[in-house]
Design a protein around this ligand. Structure first.
Ligand SMILES: [Zn+2]
Length: 175
C-alpha cells in the first residue's frame, strides 16, 4: 500500500514528471535515484542523516554524481537536502510520501525480532499445512490492508506456497 501511494505521489509530482519526461539516460537515472532515496528514507519516517559515504554506498554512485543528483532534486523542491558537500547529508522527503500509512509498516529491525519470535513460537511449522519449514515467512492472518495488526495473535508462521496461495485467494476476492 505504501509503495502504491509513493507511486501515485510520484506520478502527480509535476517537477519529477518534467525531469523524467526529458527522457534519455538522465531522466531514467534520476527516476531510479529518486526511488532509491525513498527506499532508504521511508523507514525512518521520511528524514534521515547518514555519512556521505554511506549514501554513496546505498545509491551505488560516486559522491560527485550523487551530490549532483541530490542538488537537482533539492533545487526542484522534490527532496529537501541539508548539508550537501558536508561529511553527512540529511535528506527529507515530502511528508505526503510517507504520512498516509505511517504506523502500518514497522521498522525492519523490529519486524526482524517479531519474525524470530513467531517462528520459534510455532516451532517453524507452517500454520496452514503443518509442515516444518526451513525458510518460513511470517504471515498476517488478517492482512494489514484490511486493518490487521502486527500483534502476535495476528501473526503466524507460513511456508512460501501457503503464503502465496493465501495472497492469491485474497486477490481473487477483490476481483
Ligand atoms: Zn504451508
Amino acid at each position: 500500500m505504501k509503495w502504491f501511494k509513493h507511486m501515485v505521489a510520484s506520478w502527480n509530482d509535476e517537477e519529477l514528471a518534467k525531469l523524467v519526461g526529458k527522457g534519455g539516460m538522465e531522466g531514467l537515472a534520476m527516476y531510479g535515484f529518486y526511488w532509491r532515496v525513498i527506499e532508504v528514507v521511508a523507514p525512518h519516517g521520511g528524514k534521515v542523516t547518514y555519512p556521505t559515504l554511506t549514501w554513496a554506498h546505498y545509491c551505488g554512485l560516486k559522491i560527485p554524481v550523487m551530490n549532483g543528483m541530490f542538488l537537482r532534486l533539492h533545487s526542484l523542491g522534490i527532496f529537501k537536502i541539508e548539508n550537501l558537500n558536508g561529511d553527512e547529508i540529511c535528506v527529507a522527503i515530502p511528508e505526503t510520501l510517507v504520512r498516509e500509512d505511517e504506523g502500518t509498516r514497522l521498522p525492519w529491525h523490529i519486524w526482524k525480532e517479531i519474525r524470530v519470535r513467531i517462528f520459534s513460537r510455532d516451532n517453524y511449522v507452517c500454520r496452514y499445512c503443518q509442515r516444518v519449514v526451513p525458510r518460513p515467512e511470517c504471515d498476517h492472518v488478517v492482512p494489514v490492508s484490511r486493518g490487521g495488526g502486527h500483534d502476535d495473535a495476528n501473526l503466524v508462521t507460513a511456508c512460501q506456497p501457503c503464503n502465496r496461495s493465501k495472497s492469491s485467494k485474497m486477490a481473487e476476492e477483490y476481483r
